[in-house]
Ligand binder design. Sequence first.
Ligand SMILES: O=C1O[C@H](COP(=O)(O)O)[C@@H](O)[C@H](O)[C@H]1O
Length: 259
Amino acid sequence: MAETVPATVPAKRKVEVSGSEEELAAALAKYVADLSDKFVREKGLFTVVLSGGYLIDLLRKLAEPPYVESVEWSKWHVFWLDERVVPKTHPDSNYKLASDGLLSKVPVVPENVYAINDTLSAEGAADDYETCLRYLVESGVLALSAARKFPKFDLMLLGMGPDGHVASLFPGHPLLEEKERWVTFIKDSPKPPPQRITFTFPVINSSEYIALVVAGTGEVDAVHTALGNSGDAKKLPAQMVTPEGELTWFLDKDAASKL
Ligand SMILES: O=C1O[C@H](COP(=O)(O)O)[C@@H](O)[C@H](O)[C@H]1O
């Protein structure tokens, strides 16, 4: 008999526009800290997925009072939405960016920080990361999605590039259509470096909460296409972010200036 798959709850989408980049950083820190409190209270841990790019700088207030003391950092399990296949000490490494900008400044538990294995090829690193996620599902750190096929993270923090890419999922690339893999790899990324691993859309869209964070003028057109009435028929990767749970776009007034 076929397994009954519970209906997925339609995505709730919010857009929050802050008056400045500084206000955006404050709003984002409060949002992350509140979700951390909620999940730690409910289940004793918090699974959070980081991106690269300027998102990490926008998380800076988490490493300042009151959050540096009030957040239960020891309950955090930290993952990467995408990673460049470079050594962890390389300036292009998303791990290095997050480590320097946030993780080294707060008391997270090193064993709960899941970086990629940087000694492997892109294929090997993607397989290895997916195996790690499967182990964490078995050991109860990660839940499964409503369809029970994909890991369900508590919070994913996404950036977006000027071309509308999220993670390492670029416009027009066949990886946008991946339906089975949890983690896959790309060797022809249009943005350097070319070799990366990335979560797939089924995993991204299984999340409980997603914050899509954009500041400054660099992505105004992509924000307009994704959220405004641009009349543009082409679908950006950012528009394919439609989680089971709640999606909040965090914008500053520059990023929102064409809406
Ligand atoms: O290459 C990447 O780009 C996106 C967007 O980065 P940004 O520099 O425009 O903020 C980022 O979210 C992703 O993690 C990263 O690998």
